[in-house]
Write a protein of this length. Structure first.
Length: 414
């Protein structure tokens, strides 16, 4: 099946392709098709593909593992466009009814995404208390990928599909469990049929463009005055299938990536992911409009997105892999300004150690620094940020400034 659509709402400059869409970017960005397949776009060649979020292409609350078949297989170097869904506005404590939930905040039915409606009206099981909240789209296999290889994921564009999102805090979760939400605890018979009994807190948050054409989130104080903040869209979940037959919960991130919630990895950045199963099986989800480091309430500004990636297979030993061993054992990030080493552990102190060790490894193996000097450099010149503290496995990531190394050259690695 070939999908005869232009990719509405994507920055084609970010895709490094010269194409003009026939339709202007207007919300909502409804699905382009009901099945995965190639996109026919003049000038793009045959390496652009589309994956919608449907009952056949998503997992709700879990990540793909070694038993999951890919919904699509693409060659290395392909661009894959995903229509992803936020879980906020569709969960049981919000009624599992996005038309009703968003309608209560003044959103007309035609501005609610059709894929969100279809999923919530289906009999797809989801246990609010046991399963993860995330809608995860994929997986997509890459031809020739084998364990030990690495996927180079260039994030080309992350575009909002609707002009609103939600920020939530739930009982027992967030940085201050037991303190927030401030109010009654959930009632024993709380369910989607009576979501108010959960007594959770969800803050509906519209977005709008400034005079300079930049998106901003809009909240209000108790007097009704606006509080605005800048946005920076990114995908909270980017990962590959774990080499296990056990269920992989969508909340904690791991060596396979998943729910890393590193806000610096938006459009124009690169994520390197180790491959654990044949085909790699890349997936994405948990789209965010903006997030503060820490993500303290529980969620960021959760927001459905159309996300585009260029996926390149780096075979084991490829010099482009940021490692001396020719492979990776955990995710690694890169932006125009920084290299990003990612530390993960249920204990925040141990996550910090993990990030420091990974930073020392990278500086030593790839940039040729003595390990003691690298450790000293990190202490003097590198920020270590708390990615998030709300996903069971906590995250710390370093921002190693590329400009500091413009006069040095990395030694041959392989």
């Amino acid at each position: 099946m070939k999908i005869k659509h232009h990719i509405v709402g994507i920055s084609f400059a970010a895709l490094s392709l010269s194409v003009t869409a026939t339709t202007p970017y207007t919300m909502p960005l409804q699905p382009l098709a009901d099945k995965p397949g190639p996109l026919m776009i003049k000038g793009f060649g045959s390496k652009v593909f589309y994956v919608p979020s449907t009952l056949a292409t998503i997992k709700w609350g879990y990540l793909p593992n070694a038993t999951d078949a890919p919904v699509l297989t693409v060659p290395s170097g392909a661009t894959v466009v995903f229509d992803t869904l936020s879980h906020e506005g569709i969960l049981e404590d919000q009624g599992r009814n996005p038309v009703q939930y968003f309608g209560s905040h003044g959103v007309s039915p035609h501005m609610v995404l059709n894929d969100a409606i279809a999923i919530t009206r289906s009999d797809l099981p989801h246990d609010f208390f046991k399963d993860g909240p995330h809608i995860v789209t994929g997986p997509v296999a890459i031809q020739g990928a084998e364990p030990g290889d690495v996927l180079k994921i260039d994030v080309l564009a992350v575009t909002p599909r609707v002009p609103y999102g939600v920020i939530s805090n739930r009982h027992g979760k967030g940085a201050l469990p037991g303190e927030f939400p401030e109010g009654p605890k959930p009632e024993s018979d709380a369910s989607a049929a009576d979501p108010s009994k959960f007594h959770n807190m969800s803050v509906f948050t519209p977005i709008r463009k400034t005079a300079r054409g930049q998106w901003q989130g809009v909240l209000k104080n108790t007097q009704g005055a606006e509080v605005t903040f800048p946005t920076a869209p990114f995908m909270g979940v980017m990962g590959v299938a774990a080499d296990t037959t056990e269920l992989v919960h969508s909340v904690p991130p791991g060596a396979y990536g998943g729910n890393m919630d590193v806000k610096d990895l938006g459009a124009g950045t690169t994520v390197y992911l180790p491959v654990f199963v044949n085909g790699a099986n890349f997936y994405t989800g948990d789209p965010h409009m903006s997030q503060g480091n820490g993500e303290v309430a529980l969620t960021a500004l959760e927001h459905s997105m159309r996300a585009s990636f260029r996926i390149t297979l780096l075979k084991k030993g490829d010099a482009r892999i940021p490692s001396a061993s020719g492979t990776l054992v955990k995710p690694f990030g890169e932006t125009k300004e920084f290299w990003i080493a990612i530390g993960l552990h249920p204990d925040l102190n141990e996550a910090m150690k993990d990030a420091v060790r990974e930073s020392v490894r990278f500086l030593s193996e790839v940039l040729g620094m003595d390990r003691a000097v690298a450790y000293a450099y990190l202490s003097a010149a590198t920020d270590f940020n708390v990615s998030q503290v709300v996903d069971r496995t906590k995250g710390i990531h370093s921002l190693i400034r590329k400009s500091d190394f413009k006069k040095s050259r990395a030694p041959a690695r392989h």
